[in-house]
Design a protein around this ligand. Structure first.
Ligand code: SF4
Length: 230
């Protein structure tokens, strides 16, 4: 199916209807990846409460915050639905840490990308294998880089559609939805962690700064992504 055709099929629909339409058009080939951020929790709630046939998947890098595991557990308990977990290949992690130590990512961008590749990108590749639609919680206002994306795209490299249901939502929209629906969220969020990844690579965001400025803060560029999203 062409991107334009799919856009037409999804126009004038709610998020739930769009997810449902995608799941009907691509049975068992729609996957949502969550890192349990506030945006992801909104999408999880929509998938689980509407019983949408969308796989919900998370990547456990081995370096996550305990607070992230806490909200992971709360989410499982609240919805009683399956959340699939993908871990990195242990031999690759052992080799990396044996050769370069536990904090090699601070030494260079190359080392950081190597760690992200082993702990995130390769497990993601396994999760996405055979999928046709990848749903994620990207919002336009999260960074200049993300603002240039669109809510529905075709990823030529991964050969699948990317759907960002909350693309046009503001942070206030997300917070209100989470509050109104009593959705569990990461307690670090209230301490200024607007974008939460691995513990050694995430710090709170200073007021007025880019949403993702707390990620890999020692690197000085706006296009900071871990390789999951281009
Ligand atoms: Fe490694 Fe940091 Fe990337 Fe996590 S965010 S995979 S710890 S470099």
């Amino acid at each position: 199916m062409k991107l334009r055709e799919l856009k037409e099929q999804l126009s004038d629909k709610t998020i739930e209807e769009r997810l449902d339409t995608l799941a009907s058009l691509f049975p068992e080939q729609v996957i949502f990846t969550t890192s349990f951020g506030v945006e992801d929790q909104v999408i999880t709630e929509k998938i689980f409460t509407n019983n949408l046939p969308v796989r919900v998947v998370t990547l456990d890098t081995g370096r996550l915050f305990p607070e992230t595991h806490e909200v992971f557990s709360q989410t499982m308990i609240k919805y009683r639905k399956k959340i699939e977990v993908f871990f990195p290949d242990y031999l690759s992690v052992e080799k990396l840490v044996n050769e370069k130590g536990p904090f090699s990512f601070y030494d260079s961008i190359e080392n950081r990308k190597e760690c992200c590749r082993i702990r995130k990108v390769i497990p993601l590749r396994r999760a996405l294998a055979g999928m046709s639609v990848w749903v994620s919680g990207i919002r336009a206002e999260q960074s200049d880089n993300r603002g240039q994306m669109s809510d529905l795209e075709f990823d030529e490299e991964k050969k699948l559609f990317n759907f960002h249901p909350l693309f046009d939502w503001s942070l206030q929209d997300v917070e209100k939805y989470v509050k109104d629906n009593s959705i569990p969220y990461n307690s670090l969020y209230d301490k200024g962690y607007l974008s939460i990844g691995c513990e050694p690579c995430t710090r709170p965001v200073l007021k007025g700064n880019d949403f993702r400025s707390g990620r890999w803060w020692w690197e000085n560029s706006n296009g900071k992504e871990c390789g999951l999203h281009k």
